[in-house]
Design a protein around this ligand. Sequence first.
Ligand code: FES
Length: 185
Amino acid sequence: MTDQCTCGDAHTTSKVDLTPIEPVLERYADDPGGLIPVLQETQKLYGYLPKEALRAIAGVRCIPFSSVYGVATFYSQFHLRQRGDKVVRVCHGTACHVLGAPEVTRAVVEELGIKIGETTEDLAFTLESVACVGCCGLAPVMLVDGQTYGQLDIVEARRIAATLREEVAAERGAASSLANEGDPA
Ligand code: FES
């Protein structure tokens, strides 16, 4: 991709394929308030914000990389690292905390083999801690990709985490079978 910058900054060559964001960059090129939508659409395309994409955004919009990076790190909606296929969020609001979120978290941490804020090496899971998600009557609660699991205890938390593991393995197995079917013999 050729950055259309005239600011004189050196914009590095990327290992990430930036072709998918070219139409996005073009669409918002003349919109001075377009940085947030550009970041949102970029994240939608990659699942996170690769540094190379941030550099390209800075280059095309002719603003310092530090400004783009600053915005990307300011808002919690943006992620600078690759995330897992499934994002597990354990609520640590007051009600959930009092009713066992720390124990639930320990169970999930042990089952998935990652700590809060981490992603498994195989990019299957990301584990996060969140503040009250608004269903305190179900505390302690965890959310996985929009689905809510409530009234958890250690056993149930372990069971759910193990089921999620199986689901990811099955989904990946199905995806690789489909890919193999598509391969010419
Ligand atoms: S504290 Fe967890 S849902 Fe409110």
